[in-house]
Design a protein around this ligand. Sequence first.
Ligand SMILES: [Fe+2]
Length: 386
Amino acid sequence: MNILIVDNDSKALNTYEETLSNNKYDLLLAQSTGAALELVQSESVDIVITAWDMPEMDGLEFCRRIYQGGFNTNIYTILISDQETNIDLIKNLGTVVNDYIRMPVSPIDLTIRVAIGARVARLENQINRDRDTLKKEYYPTVRMLSHLVHVYNEDLGDHSRRVAEASVKMAQRHPGISTDVYPTIRAAGLLHDIGMVCVPASILAKKRTEMTARERVLYLSHPIQGESILNENEKLRPVAALVRMHHEQYNGKGFPDTLAGNQIPLPAKIIAAVSLYDNLVHRGKCSLEDIPTQLQRYMGYQLDPNLYQYLVQLNLDNMVADARKKYQEVRFEDLTEGMVLARNVRLKGGAMAMPFQTKITAAMIDKLSQYNERGYIPNKFYVYKW
Ligand SMILES: [Fe+2]
C-alpha cells in the first residue's frame, strides 16, 4: 500500500511519517503539491494525505486535480486542516476528498483513519480487478456460448438474444432488481436454452405433444444440461442457477424442480416471463394488439401475476418500435406475391440470391421454396410494410 504524504511544513511531514512508519505502508513524501502531482503521475499511489493550506496550489485543489486528472480515480484522499467548517470541503467530501482530519492531528487518529482508507483502497482495487476479469473473461465467454446457441439453431439464437435484451429492460424497470444483477440476467437470457445443444435438432422442431416418451425426457433435461455446462466456469454459476429455473412456473407445475411462487427467484421469473412473451409473439404468431389478452390466460399459472404489467409495458414499447419500422420480418410461409424485399436475400455462404427492392412473384416464391427446403437460405425475410 503506497501512501503519499504532502505538507510544506517539514516538522509536520516528519511527524506523520514517523506515525505511519511500519511494515504495512510504503511512504512517499512531498513538500509541495507540484512535486506531489509528479509523484502521483509517476508512482502507483493508493492513499494521499495532504495539508489543505499550502502555497501555490492548496490541498483541496490538489485532490481535485487527482480526481479529475485521470491518473488513478481510486486514490483515497485525506485532507488535513485547522479549518473548522468549509462549504467547499462539504461539497467535495465523498468524491474529490474521501476524509478530513482536523488539526492538531493525534497519532492514534491518523493511524485509525489511514487504516480505514487502506481498507477502502484495497476493496476498490479488488472491485476493479473483478471488473477487469469480467471484461476479459466473463463477457467473451458468454458471447462465445451465445454464438454457439445461434449456430446450433438460428431461431433459438434469435429468441435467446431477444429474451436477454427484453429481460434486462424489464429488470431495469423493476424495483426489486439491483443494477449489479443486470449482467447475470443478460447472460442468463442469452444462455437460458444452451442445454438444447444436448437435444437432437429433430426433437427441437417438434411440439411437446408430438414427442415420444424418450424425446420428452431429453427435452425436459435441457435446463439441467444447461446448468451443468455453465457450472464448468465458476464465474457463470449464478447464471447457471437461473438457467436451471427458466422453465419453473408460478403454479409449481414447471420443471425440473416444480418450484412455485416465491420459491422462484425474481430474475428467473423475469426470464421465464419474457421467454413466454417472445414465444407468443414469434412462435405463436400472436399480434402485439392481442398480447395483453393472451397473457391473462397465463396469469397465476405459468406467469407470476406481478409481472403482467411489466410485460404489457414491454409490449407497448414493441408496438411503438414496430409502428416506426418501414419493414417487417416474415418467414417463408408468410411470403406472398407483391411483397417487396427490404433487404438482400443471401445464400448461407454469402452469395446473393435476390437483391433488395425485388417485387416477389409466384416464380420467385417457387425458387425460394427450393432454397428453403434445401436449407440454402435462412428462413427469415425482410419486406417493406404495405
Ligand atoms: Fe427452455
